[in-house]
Design a binder for this molecule. Structure first.
Ligand SMILES: Cc1ncc(COP(=O)(O)O)c(C=O)c1O
Length: 352
């Protein structure tokens, strides 16, 4: 591993020099609070969260809960508006628009490329192999001077599988920039999270989210786990009050309901197996790929037409046939048990 890696030298100069926005709340959060031009008479709707006040800019209570859950320190945790915010912030911290680049490994989550385009950052694409695993040598060969970030996604969307841990470790150790491992689906996988490894690898950023295993996509809460130096840059660049009080409150409540969360995870894993088996027996289905996530990717004859016909009958899945290595592939999320049955039944009708 590149022990000599110097995070500061990878950061854009303007970000290194940036003086972040500071409010009085960074220093005081109690007393007669007449500092922030809030409406002291309160909101016209009842609430117990003091919603007329700005939320904590640092969210330490929630960060501590998440850190304990993932076995890291709270200084290793950044909270963002979904995972999309940390993806964008990493581009803005490390990539000079117009000259720097990132590496992605398609077929993979589309937001890395969109975020790069928004930030005027080039994308070098190194395809996965036919088993949807990393071509580590090709990735390293593509890592020229302009490349600042490498995005890995494990379990990967849309292919649904884990990337091999040994391959990821090899890249984290040898890559000359920041390696971002997106673990949005990690709790559905048998593989262990890489979160704890941020203590060991200064160039590793692990992304997680409340949108999948916690079933809280609606609150928009994403997590970046990394060494404190990177977290400090993220805190410096984010909008001052990015995590709102309603979101933080629900996320804290979720930690009191971990048994139900784990129960649901197991149920989704079981149902995933059931849907996969049924799909394997369905006419025209040529392959159901092994899944470590809460969705399945399958290859089916005339996928685009099947996708359209399913939609006409009110069943919305995702057509992924335009992605490299995913010709004629559809992606389906594991639903409620009755929804899975409705999907399978409708598919049968469409294929009849
Ligand atoms: C791999 C991956 N990362 C991140 C996200 C987005 O997560 P969030 O809802 O936290 O923005 C998704 C959403 O589908 C995803 O598939």
């Amino acid at each position: 591993m590149p022990k000599s890696i110097n995070i500061e030298s990878l950061v854009r100069e303007n970000i290194r020099k940036l003086k972040p926005y500071r409010s009085a709340r960074d220093d005081f959060d109690s007393g007669l609070l007449l500092d922030a031009n809030e409406n002291s008479l309160g909101a016209p709707v009842r609430n117990s969260l003091h919603l007329h006040r700005y939320p904590s800019p640092v969210q330490n209570e929630l960060r501590k809960k998440i850190a304990a859950w993932r076995g890291v320190d709270f200084e290793n945790i950044f909270l963002g508006v979904g995972s999309d915010e940390p993806i964008d912030l990493l581009m803005r911290i490390f990539c000079n628009p117009g000259s720097d680049s990132v590496i992605t490994t398609p077929p993979t989550y589309g937001m890395y490329k969109v975020s790069a385009s928004i930030n005027d950052v080039k994308v070098k694409e190194v395809l996965l192999d036919e088993k949807f695993q990393l071509r580590t040598e090709d990735v390293l060969a593509a890592a020229d001077e302009s490349v600042k970030l490498l995005f890995l996604c494990s379990p990967n969307n849309p292919t649904s599988n884990d990337l091999k841990r040994t391959d990821m470790l090899k890249l984290i150790a040898a890559f000359p920039g920041i390696v971002v491992v997106d673990e949005a689906y990690i709790d559905f996988s048998r593989q262990e999270s890489m979160a704890a490894l941020v203590q060991q690898y200064p160039n590793l950023v692990v992304l997680q989210t409340f949108s999948k295993s916690f079933g809280l996509a609606g609150i928009r809460l994403g997590i970046a786990i990394a060494n404190p130096e990177i977290i400090q840059y993220m805190l410096k660049v984010k909008a001052p009050y990015n995590i709102n009080k309603l979101t933080a409150d629900v996320a804290l409540q979720a930690f009191d309901a971990m048994d139900l969360m784990k129960f649901n995870l197991n149920k989704i894993r079981e149902d995933r197996q059931y849907v996969a088996e049924q799909l394997r027996h369905a006419e025209d289905v040529e392959k159901v790929y092994p899944s470590d996530s809460n969705f399945l990717l399958f290859k089916i004859k005339n996928a685009e037409e099947v996708y359209r016909k399913l939609a006409e009958k009110g069943i919305i899945v995702r057509y992924r046939g335009n992605e490299p290595l995913c010709e004629n592939c559809l992606r389906v999320t594991i639903g409620m048990p009755d929804e899975n049955i409705r999907f399978l039944k409708t598919l049968k009708e469409v294929l009849a």
